[in-house]
Design a binder for this molecule. Structure first.
Ligand SMILES: CC(C)(COP(=O)(O)OP(=O)(O)OC[C@H]1O[C@@H](n2cnc3c(N)ncnc32)[C@H](O)[C@@H]1OP(=O)(O)O)[C@@H](O)C(=O)NCCC(=O)NCCS
Length: 285
């Protein structure tokens, strides 16, 4: 442990005021690929509630002298492919404390607690592939890359959008959607894009579906973000995205699976461009 680390106490975030946590997130993400500086506190509260964050098993590093939070690992709890899992929703270390393997220190504190008190057997997270520091930090903890998740966006810059005629498309507001009846995605959704999480945010979601099929997309209305999708055929996908485009002149899908050739073909055919990719990383504990 470095001298600077000895000045730190690792403990649960259960008693940390939410605003202090968001302040630490903003400071530690100051140089991040996405600008989180103006994102309101309420956005994080809602997002982390939907993800199932458990503040008892989320941990921070606090400066002993000032009791200031300088690093954090936020963990949600739930089942993933049948295994009791802790999902790492956000990790940050403020700049003055980086490069000391603090992420590893926090995880090494958390792992025995997760295993013994919560019977967690798996850790899971997502990270933008170009965030090499974070990928290295997670590999040091013991995480392995399990799959690659391309992020697509449509900005209108591309050529003509493929249009499919003759499909009957219906839009349903999230409050009226029966989430339990929606068909599964071809590849597993990411943690926060599971229907059980999206259902908690149903007022901000709309569902576009193809009549007479199990094809649909769920769109987060505020962010024009396709958060879940199911395409039975390529034509269904094209028709759905054509309909989404009429309401959302630019839109994204940040959580496809690179193995999903049907979705890739649909996204590229409507002129969406891949602008980033994420890794889903896992480790058994
Ligand atoms: C990613 C992050 C959490 C890593 O925290 P950390 O405790 O500094 O991680 P580590 O000390 O294990 O260092 C990780 C890598 O960063 C590099 N690094 C070393 N010193 C550094 C410094 N002073 N500043 C930045 N990076 C440094 C090292 O190459 C190191 O890899 P190595 O251990 O294989 O040499 C931190 O950089 C951060 O908060 N970044 C912004 C928010 C973010 O990206 N969060 C993750 C989102 S998924």
């Amino acid at each position: 442990m470095t001298e600077q680390q000895e000045q730190l106490e690792i403990r649960s975030l259960i008693d940390t005021p939410f605003e202090e946590l968001v302040t630490c997130l903003r400071v530690s993400f100051i140089d991040y690929v996405v600008n989180f500086q103006e994102v309101p506190v309420e956005y994080w509260r809602k997002r982390w509630d939907c993800a199932g964050i458990n503040y008892d098993i989320s941990f921070g590093a606090f400066e002993r002298s000032s009791n200031k939070l300088v690093a954090f690992v936020l963990l949600a709890e739930g089942l993933h492919e049948g295994a009791k899992t802790a999902f790492n929703c956000a990790t940050g270390v403020i700049q003055q404390f980086r490069g000391q393997r603090l992420v590893n220190t926090i995880f090494q504190h958390a792992i025995p607690i997760l295993r013994q008190q919560y019977q967690v057997t798996k850790l899971l997270l997502e990270v933008v592939s170009i965030n090499e520091r974070a990928v290295r930090a997670y590999k040091r903890v013991g995480f392995n890359i399990e799959r690659t998740l391309p992020c697509y966006k449509y900005t209108g810059a591309a050529a003509a959008v493929a249009v499919v005629q003759g499909k009957d498309i219906v839009k349903t507001e999230g409050k009226d959607v029966d989430f339990g009846q929606l068909a599964h995605q071809l590849y597993a959704p990411t943690w926060e894009m599971r229907l059980s999480c999206l259902e908690k945010n149903r007022d901000n979601v709309e569902c576009w579906s193809v009549v007479g099929s199990t094809s649909y997309v769920l769109v987060n209305k505020a962010y024009s973000n396709i958060v879940h999708y199911r395409f039975d055929t390529r034509d269904d996908g094209l028709a759905l995205l054509g309909a989404v485009l009429a309401s959302h002149p630019s839109f994204k899908c940040n959580h496809s699976d690179e193995r999903d050739q049907l979705a890739t073909s649909v996204f590229e055919s409507v002129g969406m461009e891949k602008y980033l990719q994420q890794y889903e990383m896992e480790m058994t504990i």
